[in-house]
Write a protein that binds this ligand. Structure first.
Ligand SMILES: [Zn+2]
Length: 438
């Protein structure tokens, strides 16, 4: 095992700033952002005027919560009405450097622009979140996040290089065999990937009887989808790849890689000096008390080109502002992202998310890592009339009844179960789609 010793923080002063001081920094930056959005963005000026707000009105952060949230649907409609970049691109055109459309999994992509200053800020806070995860200058970082249009491939590349690590920009195009070749022969010490892909690599090793202990990879930074903080999934990845698995979070519209776990594995720490984090009730849109489940809402504090003011992420989490045992003061989402609004299932009166099915399925060693939840929707919402959990099981594993009981205990309802032979379900190098409509 290689020695990992040095400072615990990328930027100690910022990461351990007192909460009062942090609030002062945030208030000042929100004022700056409101002012420029009001002056230069038709979309935001309309939203601010709709509640009679002007930038100069902001006396405290409490006033700020009166501003309407902005949703992805609004951004999409705005870009369709004002192609190609909508009426929320605020920075001057000559400063623009990169365009990154969102992955468009739920509709037309929304174009996000990074200015020169934005690229620099993203590089710096991604270096911070990677450092927080445990990446150090002596590391060889195998970056299996997709390069190209997806934001996270580029930002991790920039951030890892800023740290001084050696980056292997493999992306997702290479076959799993080549990923494993590089893990073995380039002696990568850090793997950056989606948790679904990490499990696929682990399965590949197992099928070929390659001992994970023979790899020198020591740390996995897993993002693009929740999973690394799901206890069953974390254990499967850590055992299957012989590394320490940590969770990484980002959103195309906000900042690709602006929250990560620290060594304490105590939730996702956000870069709160760059992004203001709120947690709101999904019905009233009022702030929920600390520790309660709500939807994360983000505001850019430093972003120049396409800033977001109160962006409704649709991601559910519980926040704490208690100082972490690692010494960082920035807000944490305890247990990571607990569900996506689009993925909520309401079946026979019970509400659940695919992550809960994941937790159950991956606790069964007889089952493969893959699963699907097939639902038939009733109307346009989360309500479903039928729900089948498809898993891969060896013949005569005798697992069906135990799985049914475990799902009932976790979900409060019993979906139908379908067992398929190993290898039936699709494996992915990117984000897995676990919930499908039939
Ligand atoms: Zn921490």
């Amino acid at each position: 095992m290689k020695p990992v010793v040095d400072r615990p923080y990328w930027d100690e002063r910022v990461e351990t700033l007192g909460r009062d001081e942090l609030l002062n920094v945030q208030t000042e930056r929100v004022r700056w952002q409101l002012e420029r959005c009001y002056v230069s963005s038709a979309l935001y000026r309309f939203k601010l005027e709709s509640v009679g707000a002007e930038p100069g009105d902001l006396a405290s952060m409490r006033d700020f919560t009166g501003i309407p949230v902005v949703t992805k649907e609004e951004l999409r409609a705005d870009q369709e009405a004002n192609p190609p970049f909508g009426s929320f691109a605020v920075a001057e055109r000559p400063t623009w450097r990169e365009v990154h459309p969102s992955s468009g999994t739920t509709g037309n992509a929304v174009n996000t622009i990074w200015s020169e200053h934005d690229v620099e800020a993203i590089t710096d806070f991604t270096a911070r979140t990677l450092w927080q995860l445990g990446v150090r200058p002596a590391d060889v970082v195998q970056n299996a996040f997709a390069y190209g249009l997806w934001v996270a491939g580029m930002s991790v590349h920039y951030g890892a290089a800023r740290i001084g690590a050696l980056v292997l920009p493999i992306g997702t195009a290479a076959a799993t065999e080549r990923q494993v070749d590089y893990l073995r022969h380039a002696k990568s010490t850090v793997l950056v990937a989606t948790p679904s892909y990490a499990l696929h690599i682990a399965e590949y090793l197992q099928e070929r009887e390659i001992d994970p202990a023979a790899l020198v990879v020591r740390l996995g930074c897993f993002g693009g989808e929740p999973g690394a903080e799901n206890p069953s999934t974390r254990t499967k990845i850590e055992v299957g790849l012989g590394l320490e698995a940590r969770d990484y979070y980002g959103l195309a519209e906000i900042g690709p890689t602006f929250a990560s776990e620290c060594v304490a594995k105590a939730g996702l720490h956000f870069a709160e000096d760059h992004v203001l984090v709120e947690c709101l009730d999904d019905q009233t849109r009022d702030p929920v008390p600390e520790g309660e489940l709500g939807v994360l809402v983000f505001t850019h504090l430093t972003r120049e080109a396409t800033p977001m003011l109160r962006y409704w992420s649709n991601d559910y989490a519980r926040l704490t502002r208690d100082t972490c045992t690692c010494g960082r003061t920035h807000v944490r989402a305890v247990g990571g992202i607990l569900g996506r609004g689009d993925d909520l299932v309401i079946f026979r009166g019970a509400k659940f998310y695919p992550g809960q099915v994941e937790k159950v399925v991956r606790a069964f060693p007889e089952l493969s890592n893959e699963f699907l939840i097939k639902v038939r929707r009733e109307g346009g919402g989360a309500l479903v009339g039928s729900c089948v959990v498809v898993v891969e099981a060896p013949p005569a594993a005798g697992v069906e009844e135990r799985l049914r009981r475990a799902l009932r205990d976790e979900l409060g309802v019993t979906p139908d179960i379908r067992l398929e032979p190993h290898g039936t379900l699709e494996r992915t190098a990117f984000k897995a789609k676990r919930l499908v409509e039939v």
